[in-house]
Design a protein around this ligand. Structure first.
Ligand SMILES: [Zn+2]
Ligand SMILES: [Zn+2]
Length: 265
């Protein structure tokens, strides 16, 4: 699997990066590339277009319904619907884009787009994280409930190793969460854990919202994660501070998410 950071700034788009969005790609045994977009936050649809043709995205997984994780689904919708040559405005939508998210996600995106409550975006098919594994080509996605002020999930994706496709590897994305059993369970033995570290120890006191570098590192250690990338740093946060925090609680390979960086799993 290949992970490309589309956007990684926490809580809003930042001066150098869009908000949360991650493109996960995997090739099946026939050589067909499957594309799963994880979150599509504020500003993310811009850089996404530099990476792939948006119509080739097979599915979108949304961790929770905060705008820094879903707002640019509206831009993606307009593209799929009204693009003059590939849009569905002038012809029936043959295959709606599959979007999985928390309960009521479809309605929230529709209302954000300006539709009335109960109306649907007609070229997207929304469904909830129902507990059953979700298959996107060779990738299997499992959602784990985590601790955040709204219904939120960490996503655990199992799929073919990029180096040795006969081997299964695991990529885990925390979404937004504070330290809880759900994120540790999701991240168990992950080959790569992409984990938020929005808060800074001693500066951000509220609990039940975000991890700090210290807590993200501790989650990774408790879970036995084999490598870690820290993400969702807020635009006013010094990245070196968060990295140093995580270093005190996690001894394995550790990096910071950077826009458009590619990580193979
Ligand atoms: Zn967020
Ligand atoms: Zn959030």
């Amino acid at each position: 699997m290949r992970l490309t950071i589309v956007g990684c700034t926490g809580s809003m788009a930042g001066p150098e990066s869009a908000a949360s969005s991650y493109l996960l790609e995997a090739d099946d045994t026939d050589g067909r590339t499957w594309r799963l977009l994880l979150d599509c936050g504020s500003g993310a649809f811009g850089p996404l277009q530099t990476l792939v043709d948006p119509t080739t995205i097979d599915a979108v997984g949304v961790t929770h319904m905060h705008p820094d994780h879903f707002a640019d689904l509206c831009g993606l919708y307009v593209y799929l619907r009204y693009h003059p040559t590939v849009g569905t405005a002038s012809r029936p939508c043959e295959r709606p884009l599959e979007v999985r998210g928390p309960e009521g996600a479809g309605s929230k995106v529709a209302v954000t787009f300006g539709l009335d409550e109960g109306e649907n975006l007609d070229c997207m098919a929304f469904s909830g994280w129902d507990g059953a594994p979700w298959h996107v080509g060779p990738m299997r996605v499992e959602a784990f409930r985590v601790e955040h002020p709204v219904e939120a999930y960490a996503l655990r994706v199992t799929g073919p190793s990029e180096a040795d496709p006969s081997r299964e590897v695991t990529f885990v994305y925390s979404g937004d969460t504070d330290e809880c059993d759900g994120i540790v369970e999701a991240a168990r033995d992950a080959d790569l854990l992409l984990v938020e570290a929005a808060f800074v120890e001693g500066r951000d006191e509220p609990r039940g919202i975000h991890l700090t570098g210290v807590r993200a590192g501790r989650v990774a250690t408790r879970a036995g994660a084999r490598s870690v990338v820290l993400t969702h740093l807020q635009p006013w946060t010094e990245p070196a501070v968060v990295l140093a925090e995580a270093r005190t609680t996690y001894e394995g390979p550790l990096d910071l998410a950077r826009p458009l960086a590619v990580h193979t799993v």
